[in-house]
Design a protein around this ligand. Structure first.
Ligand code: ADP
Ligand code: ASP
Ligand code: MG
Length: 441
């Protein structure tokens, strides 16, 4: 059995939903995870924002707009009056409760409940459509089995217990439909797995149930060898090792949520990235195979801040780095890249919300220099040191780009460069030209 996840664009219109319905009603039993229709979670974030500022009028007006937009989908999606009526009744209840939420008392739980409605809407819409087609479908609420613990980490055992019992009891259903992204936290309140987290839902289900494959269906034919939003002529990568995929997702390849590879990897369940506009295309298979000596892809992570601390006290001293790292740890700020010399250390962070107190503390140790608006360019592949020559090929692409930091050797799969955000596109394009567009790879 497989789990298939369809993202926001895959269910972004009645036409796209119908295409998903065609894909998933092939007679095979499966679990299907859906995101909200594209744009909906962003609208819900705005609605929650108005509600937070006690601007109930604007929040209410936006709920009204959303309701009208959803109502317009009814005639396009359903052929029968019965299905239209069923969905209309559901919308009525749903939007009344959303109106109630935005006009009542506001707390964090309210915000999370508002954000959860996009997935609840899309899964109900598709369920009514599949029922209309006569497909044996059951809608399984993610809030019944997707839970996070006191540290905010998703728990595999409730998923395992829930789906094991369900699949044993129900041998008839063809499509088990469920919501991505949403969950309950340790207090039992509605919560979520962070923006883009539907990929994570699918991966957690696939891992907890040791399924045959986790399929992430989206609007592109797999992981490309560079970011198609910034570089021309990118091509799909047919296969990636789990580690390579995790690095690419973490360093900005938006096609995959950064958290989604680890559960699959630990459970040994392959992940396949597929294109719902071109279902026959090979896509990208992510598994435990490493292709020797191949550079696979490049990705970029934005909004990075670089911090350099120079201190003569570092010379021949022990415990200096530990002291620096402790400061970042105390402010719960994780470090992406590190470069050291005898008298200084450079670090990069992507969450600069605690930058001011961190810099204040660092100033007690040495001279501090901060560079904002930086970007990490990450090259991923089989980069073990025995593969001589690849560093030369990679760095040749940076002939016209100022490099602020380099990190290599932290893993066998990644070499990272810190450059100015303004140079990102130039660097990405040059890397594609040097690594992929002249048949080196
Ligand atoms: P979904 O809504 O299905 O979750 P996303 O928008 O989150 O889809 O992810 C798909 C998008 O990721 C693609 O449309 C593409 O623009 C972007 N993307 C960024 N980097 C890559 C890459 N290396 N390979 C493929 N897609 C990428
Ligand atoms: N709907 C959520 C979001 O937009 C989750 C997802 O699409 O994966 O972030
Ligand atoms: Mg996504």
């Amino acid at each position: 059995m497989k789990v298939l996840k369809f993202g926001g664009t895959s269910v972004g219109s009645p036409e796209r939903m119908k295409a998903v319905a065609r894909l998933i009603s092939d007679g095979q039993r499966k679990i299907v995870v859906l995101s909200a229709m594209s744009g909906t979670t962003n609208s819900l974030v705005e609605i929650a924002d108005y509600a937070k500022k006690r601007n109930t009028e604007s929040a209410g007006a936006m709920v009204g707009h959303l309701r009208s937009a959803y109502k317009k989908h009814l005639p396009a999606l359903y052929a029968t009056d019965a299905a239209k009526k069923a969905c209309e009744n559901f919308f009525r209840e749903e939007f009344i409760s959303l109106q109630r939420l935005v006009s009542g008392d506001y707390d964090e739980a309210t915000e999370k409940t508002i954000l959860a409605q996009g997935e609840i809407l899309s899964t109900h819409m598709l369920t009514f459509y599949l029922q209309e087609l006569g497909v044996k479908v059951r809608l399984m609420p993610a809030l019944d089995y997707m839970r996070t613990d006191a540290d905010g980490e998703p728990m595999l055992s409730p998923i395992h217990e829930y789906w094991t019992r369900l699949l044993a009891e129900d041998t008839e259903t063809e499509v088990f439909l469920t919501q991505g992204f949403i969950c309950r936290n340790a207090q039992g309140e509605i919560d979520n797995l962070q923006r883009g987290g539907s990929d994570y839902t699918a991966s957690l289900i696939g891992a907890a149930m040791h399924l045959e494959e986790i399929q992430i269906w989206t609007d592109i034919d797999g992981m490309h060898n560079n970011d198609p939003r910034f570089v021309e002529g990118t091509r799909p990568v047919r296969q990636l090792h789990f580690e390579e995929a995790a690095e690419l997702a973490y360093f900005g390849a938006k096609i995959l949520h950064p958290t989604c590879i680890q559960p699959a990897r630990y459970a040994g369940v392959p992940v396949r990235l597929l294109n719902n506009m071109e279902p026959e295309a090979h896509g990208t298979l992510i598994n435990n195979t490493m292709q020797p000596g191949v550079i696979k892809a490049v990705a970029a992570k934005d909004n990075i801040t670089a911090i350099k601390v120079v201190s003569s006290r570092m010379l021949l001293a022990t415990g200096f780095l530990r002291h620096i790292f402790d400061i970042f740890a105390r402010y719960k700020t994780s470090i992406d890249m590190v470069a050291t010399s005898e008298v200084g250390v450079s670090l990069s962070i992507d969450n600069a919300s605690r930058l001011t107190p961190i810099v204040e503390e660092l100033k007690k140790v040495g001279t501090v220099e901060v560079d904002q608006d930086m970007c990490i360019i990450c090259v991923v592949g089989d980069l073990v040191r025995e593969n001589k020559g690849f560093i030369g090929r990679i760095t040749s692409a940076f002939a016209d780009v100022a490099i602020r930091m380099v990190s290599y050797g932290g893993s066998n799969h990644n070499v990272s460069f810190l450059v100015r955000q303004d140079d990102k596109q130039k660097a990405l394009q040059a890397l594609s030209d040097a690594l992929f567009n002249d048949n080196h790879s």
